[in-house]
Design a protein around this ligand. Structure first.
Ligand code: 0WD
Length: 256
């Protein structure tokens, strides 16, 4: 039986019940982990609090953390340190790009759109890891979510593909820096899942159809499947793994 009893994990990036972050939270909760949630804007606070309440534990911390703000990140992790003391994991499930940069040609990306997606979708992992390491004093695991569009060209993914490539490289550099503190850093490359963010990617339905037709497992993946792979990365079963990217995509990435 996989257990995370006695471990505390911060889940960042729940927007609603379809969020991959919520799939991860559900798997971690079933394994007995204590959870802390962060949300980006006040608009999402109620959603996240309502979802956290469905887990049936009374003392779940729900904190604001807009990752574009160093002050927010600092305040968030100071509050965690004060109220909880030690944490053992971070699930970083955060990305953003302007809708107009997720269709057409990558060559037309604006400087502003490029920097925005890099800031929220890639740099945020480093900013969060730096703050988190101060409270991960017993070691632990950081898991982020990436996509195949960072490894190869996926139509319309454009600026987000370049942000994911940057995120993927960040995973390797962070793994190298934080390993000496007993902190592992890995990513999961999820297959396409219908979420709020996915709606922004042009032609998303055709990507889902292609997976059903061609992926080795002939089906799309679910939040639960990604959640269970993340659970593995948060447990000691994965204690020898860092700087790695695990594809949870029905095997689609092996196709040429
Ligand atoms: O097909 C998919 N859905 C895939 C998603 C395939 C492979 C990877 N991913 C990745 C995404 O790129 C992202 O990194 O999974 C991660 C989670 O995305 P999701 O579950 O697909 O989407 P969603 O439920 O929309 O959650 C993303 C959240 C934001 O939601 P909204 O919808 O409000 O943009 O990222 C968070 C926010 O909660 N977020 C921020 N968090 C803190 N500060 C910020 C911010 N500035 N901006 C967005």
């Amino acid at each position: 039986m996989i257990s995370l009893s006695g471990k505390t994990v911060v889940v960042m990036g729940v927007a609603n019940h379809r969020s991959i972050a919520w799939g991860i939270a559900t798997s971690l909760h079933k394994a007995g982990a204590k959870l802390i949630f962060t949300y980006a804007t006040e608009r999402l606070e109620k959603n996240v609090r309502d979802l956290a309440n469905t887990l049936g534990s009374e003392d779940i911390l729900v904190l604001p953390c807009d990752v574009t703000s160093d002050e927010d990140i600092y305040k968030c992790f100071s509050t965690i340190k004060e109220k909880v003391g030690v944490i053992h994991g971070i699930a970083h499930c955060i990305a953003f790009a302007n809708k107009e940069d997720l269709s057409g040609e990558f060559v037309d990306t604006s400087r502003e759109g490029f920097l925005l997606s890099q800031n929220i979708s890639a740099f945020s992992l480093t900013a969060v890891a730096r703050a988190a390491k101060e409270v991960m004093v017993e070691g632990g695991s950081i898991v982020t979510l990436t996509y195949l569009g960072g490894e190869r060209v996926v139509r319309n993914y454009n600026v987000m593909g370049v942000a994911k490539a940057s995120l993927d490289a960040s995973v390797r550099y962070l793994a190298n820096d934080l390993g000496k503190h007993g902190i592992r850093v890995n990513s999961i490359s999820a297959g396409p899942i219908r979420t709020l963010s996915a709606k922004g990617v042009g032609g998303f339905n055709s990507i889902l159809n292609e997976i059903e037709e061609k992926a080795p497992l002939r089906k799309n993946v679910t939040q639960e499947e990604v959640g269970d792979a993340a659970l593995f990365l948060f447990t000691d079963l994965s204690r020898g793994i860092t700087g790695e990217n695990i594809h949870v995509d029905s095997g689609y990435h092996i196709l040429g």
